[in-house]
Design a protein around this ligand. Structure first.
Ligand SMILES: Cc1cc2nc3c(=O)[nH]c(=O)nc-3n(C[C@H](O)[C@H](O)[C@H](O)COP(=O)(O)OP(=O)(O)OC[C@H]3O[C@@H](n4cnc5c(N)ncnc54)[C@H](O)[C@@H]3O)c2cc1C
Ligand SMILES: NC(=O)c1ccc[n+]([C@@H]2O[C@H](COP(=O)([O-])OP(=O)(O)OC[C@H]3O[C@@H](n4cnc5c(N)ncnc54)[C@H](O)[C@@H]3O)[C@@H](O)[C@H]2O)c1
Length: 493
């Protein structure tokens, strides 16, 4: 790959030569090699733009090592056992505890022992140049990389810098919290032993998934939720059904409960709640949201606020800087790997088109607009039962001023669901826009529904009219027949 090495020193400056970092020019510099940075680089390289990628930890980012992959590796045996336990003839042989050591070992293999050789190989296959070290903007179009030995290197970008530095765990401000050595999502996904008792603080996705995993692996889990319910960004029945199942699995869920203080003595964690209750545990996980990894990336050198989420337009360009893109978690549009990778494809295409002075298709659903971020973000919560959604919930649709109707179906009425497992419990809600009779959102909760959500994503994204959906016939007897029940419920209401 052609790169242009420039030495900024003149002969008159030879005495400073040894202290000036070497400078290398690229078409594109990508800061952060998580799933999103990798995909931006893949797109710009595919179009022949020279591309540098800077990574301070491991290529593959949070998702591969401390988030999606290890968490789902922990949860998969939990969900498989729960499914098996719903089937007479099979349930008798899966009544015992999970082999936690084997589950943790399989999880370890999915993170390649937290080594990134495979991901580096993939990245190098794209033709991008990898720089290991901490990257900071040091002015417009300029990134300085400081490696582990403290040596600096300057990378300049002819066309674009893409900030893809992701997010980190947010901890509440509680006195002495650092001394407690709390778990964040990193420890919750990488722990090598099962704590006897685990307190989980938070009611979001990380809290519910990790409560489900560690309870099944043998911990006694207590979830402290400051609000009234779990998963409160989804339809209310999602949090209710997941809470019921977690409770049935043995976890304790305390809603309306905040941590007043937390200490650790002789290895034991003691939480005093705002109601004065004292709860002891061996570990405590704070699953209390995310902060952007922008505190130390030189934003101040280009007039932006360090530590802030980076606000972007639909082509992922940072407001006020035509050479700067912020893609993935760092822009706070949708903190999900698949959505960040979608943004990466859009941003990559926009960078390539602008570099060639081509026409930018920034209109809704155009090649250079991440419109789905507003209209059709899918998500699967891998708890037992799974909760899957795309688009707007009823509350979100109403808040946005859409004239909608919610259509509800009990999933146990679907033949495929009752075959899937005895006592199948689940629920579906479709949000129909009454202006054009298209679907604005769909939420499914129940065992195995995660694999169903993409059909809904297509329907929402393509704005398929209800009249046409009648011709999309689901196979009998699959859980997908919920679509028929939803259409019937809409027609007959
Ligand atoms: C426990 C957990 C489970 C999750 N499960 C799912 C799931 O099942 N499905 C899903 O879609 N999403 C899931 N997510 C969300 C998903 O992990 C993120 O949306 C995704 O990782 C974001 O990708 P990213 O590339 O934007 O950021 P990251 O994955 O955070 O990658 C950013 C990269 O930038 C690097 N970096 C940061 N600063 C610098 C710097 N100054 N210089 C050089 N490099 C730098 C970091 O080291 C890192 O490698 C989960 C999150 C958590 C916490
Ligand atoms: N399967 C998946 O798709 C998946 C899995 C895990 C995480 N993620 C993504 O990662 C992101 C982060 O997840 P998360 O669960 O950490 O964040 P979240 O924003 O989903 O949930 C945070 C929870 O912590 C609570 N909280 C915040 N501050 C608190 C405090 N001081 N005290 C008590 N409770 C507090 C909130 O009320 C909320 O219940 C999410 O946006 C999610 O999309 C996705």
């Amino acid at each position: 790959m052609a790169t242009e090495h420039t030495t900024h020193q003149t002969d008159a400056m030879t005495e400073t030569r040894s202290t000036q970092p070497e400078s290398t020019a690229y078409d594109v510099v990508v800061l952060g090699a998580g799933p999103v940075g990798e995909n931006v680089a893949d797109r710009t390289r595919a179009a022949g733009l020279t591309t540098a990628v800077v990574e301070s930890e491991v290529v593959g980012g949070e998702c591969s090592y401390w988030a999606c992959m290890p968490s789902k590796a922990l949860l998969r045996p939990v969900l498989a056992r729960a499914d098996a336990r719903r089937l007479p003839g099979l349930s008798e042989s899966v009544q015992g505890p999970l082999d936690a050591a084997a589950v943790l070992a399989r999880r370890n293999s999915f993170t390649s022992g937290w080594k990134d050789d495979g991901q580096i190989q993939w990245l190098e296959g794209t033709g991008a140049d990898l720089y290991r070290g901490h990257g900071r903007l040091t002015g417009p179009r300029t990134v300085t990389v400081t490696d582990a030995d403290g040596a600096g290197r300057v990378l300049t970008a002819r066309h674009a810098v893409a900030v893809c530095t992701g997010s980190g765990a947010r901890l509440p401000e509680l006195p002495g919290l650092a001394d407690v050595r709390p778990w964040t999502s990193r420890e919750a996904t990488s722990a090598q032993t099962v704590p006897g008792r685990l307190i989980v603080v938070g009611g979001g996705v990380v809290a519910t998934e990790m409560a489900c995993a560690w309870q099944a692996l043998g911990s006694s889990v207590t979830v402290l939720v400051r609000g009234k319910s779990l998963l409160n960004r989804m339809e209310p029945f999602a949090g209710e059904l997941v809470a019921e199942a977690l409770t049935e699995a043995g976890a304790q869920i305390r809603t309306g409960t905040s941590v007043h203080s937390v200490t650790r003595e002789n290895g034991t964690v003691l939480v005093v709640t705002d109601g004065g209750e004292r709860i002891e545990a061996d570990e405590i996980l704070f699953a209390t949201g995310r902060i952007p990894r922008t505190a130390d990336i030189g934003l101040e050198t280009i007039g932006l606020e360090p530590g802030s989420w980076l606000s972007v337009d639909d082509s992922l360009q940072v407001t006020g800087h035509d050479w700067l893109y912020a893609v993935g978690d760092v822009n706070h549009r949708a903190l999900l790997t698949h959505q960040g990778k979608y943004q990466a494809r859009i941003a990559g295409a926009a960078i390539v088109t602008r570099a060639a002075n081509g026409p930018v298709q920034a209109e809704d659903w155009g090649a250079h607009a991440a419109t789905a971020d507003h209209a059709a973000v899918p998500q699967v919560v891998f708890t037992d039962p799974e909760a899957a959604s795309v688009g707007l919930s009823l509350a979100e649709a109403e808040r946005a001023g859409h004239r909608v109707r919610a259509v509800d179906v009990d999933l146990s009425s679907v033949a495929g669901a009752s075959l899937y497992g005895d006592g199948y419990t689940g629920h579906a809600r479709m949000i129909v826009d009454l202006e054009d009779e298209t679907i604005r959102g769909l939420t499914l909760v129940g065992p195995g529904v995660g694999e169903l959500v993409h059909a809904a994503t297509i329907a929402v994204t393509a704005q398929v009219p209800i009249a046409r959906l009648w011709h999309a016939v689901p196979s009998y007897p699959t859980i997908s027949e919920v679509w028929l029940r939803l259409l019937e419920a809409y027609r007959d209401a």
